[in-house]
Write a protein that binds this ligand. Structure first.
Ligand code: PMP
Ligand code: GLU
Length: 397
């Protein structure tokens, strides 16, 4: 085998997809696994969205799309941001990409260079530190604990800022903790950022609509920092469209132009048919989004109740997204047959191989004392999973 680049060698593989694959491999061997690893809605894409995609195929939307996305889609996004978030953008301040994943990567690649620091409130999504490293930047992690409901304070943010800080990434509602920053908490973070005019914010709002405390707030809503906030969003979570691969950023035109240049060399405009589907999603009736949100809230109540009954689990009450991130380190040092549980990953593997429940260990999210359950699955499966988890954990002595 030849020599790979340093860039690829220092990159960690996605822990979420790795666990999803392990779960699929076990299922393929005939084992009945409850998969709570990867985070994606278990619902189908709404019918009106599917119809729009079928029509787009018949209407021959089959050629290269403009690099930043169809104008009609960008108009629909401008309208969405105005109506739902009270944010004013023009179409030239929007760039549509292959999922929010590429949208975030574009923004980091455009802004961050060698030696630049990017602040990551942690626990955070597994891909953030890796994306920062791909952009040659240095991730600077601010740790938050379950006692803080996994949210950082303004003081912690201030203390992490150095002359090398280029950007702060914030995800609310959060993957993996489900925490949602209140308007007041965001205001205190915005006040810190306002004092540092060279710092940019990447505000990942992909779970915007899966929020159990009411209205969604964005850091972009604070006028003193609006120009320096890049809003990231998409259709994957709200409209159950993970496979369609449509995400976007909204931000200052010079940043969008830079991302457009990058995307023009890297992927071109994203899938034409998926863009027409996303346009329909944004412009259509939003009843499905609310219906799915309600189901997620009911499941949140169920999983929190079940997880609180598991001996040795410490559980917060997530206010959004579809993840539970219990603290499980009370099991460290315990044994079953020839296994010893030393890490969250050991516990996740034990739960998969012995309990047949797939989760993700917390280390890749920056919390080696936690594991993540995705509850984007049916109530019955959640109940079954916790029966299995409880029985499996009883084996650990
Ligand atoms: N941000 C967060 C926090 C996520 O959990 C995800 C889900 N994979 C994404 C961004 C990317 O979403 P997508 O690329 O599917 O739009
Ligand atoms: N965001 C989801 C998760 O965290 C999907 C997988 C991924 O993109 O990491 O499980």
């Amino acid at each position: 085998m030849g020599q790979l680049s340093d860039r690829i060698n220092r990159l960690a593989a996605s822990a979420t997809f790795a666990m999803a694959q392990k779960s699929a491999e076990l299922s393929a061997k005939g084992v009945d696994v409850v998969n709570m690893s990867v985070g994606e809605p278990d619902f189908n894409t709404p019918d009106y969205v599917k119809q729009a995609a079928k029509k787009a195929i018949d209407d021959n939307f089959s050629r290269y799309s403009p690099v930043p996305g169809y104008l009609s889609l960008r108009k629909a996004i401008v309208e969405k941001l105005k109506k739902e978030n009270n944010l004013s953008y023009t179409e030239s301040q929007i760039l549509v990409s292959t999922g929010a994943k590429q949208a975030i990567c574009n923004a980091l690649m455009a802004l961050v260079g060698q030696g630049d620091e990017v602040i990551l409130p942690s626990p955070c999504w597994v891909s953030y530190p890796e994306m920062v490293k791909m952009a040659d930047g240095t991730p600077v992690v601010i740790k938050s604990t379950i006692q803080q409901d996994f949210k950082i304070s303004a003081e912690q943010l201030e203390a992490a800022i150095t002359p090398k800080t280029k950007a702060v990434m914030l995800c609310s509602p959060s993957n993996p903790t489900g925490s949602v920053y209140t308007k007041e908490e965001l205001a205190s973070l915005a006040a810190v950022i306002a004092k540092h005019p060279d710092i940019y914010v990447i505000s990942d709002e992909i779970y915007e609509h899966i929020n159990f405390i009411g209205e969604h707030y964005s850091l972009a809503q604070f006028p003193e920092i609006f120009d320096r906030v890049i809003v990231v969003n998409g259709v994957s979570k709200a409209y159950a469209m993970t496979g369609w691969r449509i995400g976007f950023i909204a931000g200052a035109e010079w940043i969008i132009k830079a991302c457009n240049k990058l995307q023009g060399q890297y992927t071109s405009g994203t899938c034409s048919v998926a863009q027409k589907a996303a346009e329909a999603a944004f412009l259509g009736p939003q009843d499905d989004v609310e219906a799915m949100r309600k189901v997620f809230q009911r499941r949140r109540d169920l999983i929190v109740d079940l997880a609180r009954k598991v001996p040795g689990f410490e559980v917060n009450n997530p206010q959004g997204a579809f993840y539970l991130f219990p603290k499980i380190d009370s099991y460290f040092g315990k044994k079953y047959q020839d296994r010893t549980i030393n890490t969250a990953e050991d516990l996740a593997m034990f739960l998969l191989e012995v309990g047949h429940v797939a989760t993700v260990g917390g280390t890749a999210f920056g919390s080696p004392e936690c594991i993540r359950f995705s509850y984007a699955t049916s109530d019955d499966k959640i109940r079954e999973a916790f029966k299995r988890v409880t029985s499996a954990l009883e084996l650990l002595k």
